[in-house]
Design a binder for this molecule. Sequence first.
Ligand code: COA
Length: 273
Amino acid sequence: MQTADGNGLVLTEQLGAVRLLTINRPDKLNAFTPALMRELDDLLDDAARDSATRVLVITGAGPKAFVAGNDIGGLIELDGVEAYRDMQRGQRVLLRLYEFSKPTIAMVNGYALGGGLELALACDFIVASDTARFGFPEITLNTIPGWGGTQLAVKKMGLARAKQMVLTGRHYTTAECREFGFIHVFAAAPELKSAALAFAEQLAVHDPFAMEMAKRTVNRAGEIPLNAGLDLEAANYAVTFGTTAARERLSAFAARRKPKNVLAGTSTSENSK
Ligand code: COA
C-alpha cells in the first residue's frame, strides 16, 4: 500500500522488509524543493527507526524521471548566502543517506540529473533501466554540482570518469554508466521494479547489525589511512563476531545443523543522521 506523508512530495510503500520511497513531483520531473528535502529527511528518520525495514529503495514518480535535479525556478530566487545554505542542507541529507544504517538502493527509471544523480550516488547501489539518463548539467548552467556530486562521483566511478561527467555536463546512457562501473543492476524499463526488489531481497536476508557494521566499515575506506582502516575493521569484526547471531551461525555450521534465525539485536541505529 502506498501512503503519502507530509505534503505527499514523497510517497511511502512497505513491501515486506523493503521500504520504497517515491519522489513525487512528476509534472516537474521530480525536481527537488526545500519542502521535498525536508519530507525526505523525515522519512529517513522513520525508515531508520522501523526495525521491520531492512532495505530502503528510492525512486521517482512517473515514467520519465528519477529526479531531474534541484528546482531551477527556486534556485534563481536565492542570493549567494542562501545558495550556500541550500547546498549545506542538501549535502546534510545526502551524507545522511550515504551513512544510512541500512542498505539503500536507487531505482533509476529516467533522468537522474544534478541533485538526482547525487541522490543516486549517495545510495549504496543503483538499479537502472535502459531508459535512465545520468548527468551533471550544472556546468551548462555555468555552475558546479553542490550536493556532494564532485566528491561522491570520484568515490563511485574514479577521478577520470568523474571529471568526464562533471566537466562535459552531457547526459550519459545506462550502458555508458555501466562501463563507468556505478550501475549495479540493469533492467529493461518494465522489469525495473521487480529487478530492484529482487536485489533488495538478497540484501534483506542478512543480519541488520552485521549489514550496518559492514557498510560503516567499507565507507571509511579511503577516508582514513590504511592501518587505521585495518584496526577499525578488526574491531568491528570482533563486535559482529561476538553477537548471538554470529555465534549461532558459526555453531550451526560447525555442528552441520540448520541455523536458527537469531538477530544480533532488535534495536535500530540512532546514528543514521
Ligand atoms: N527544475 C525545475 N523544473 C524542472 C526541472 C528542474 N531541474 N527539470 C524539469 N523541470 C520541469 C520543466 O520546467 C517542465 O515544467 P513545465 O511543464 O511546467 O514547463 C517539466 O519539468 C518537464 O520538463 P521539460 O523540460 O519540458 O521536459 P523535456 O523532456 O523537454 O526535457 C530534461 C527533460 C530533463 C532534459 C530538461 O527538463 C532539463 O534539462 N531539466 C533541467 C535539468 C538540470 O539542469 N538539472 C540540474 C539543476 S541544478
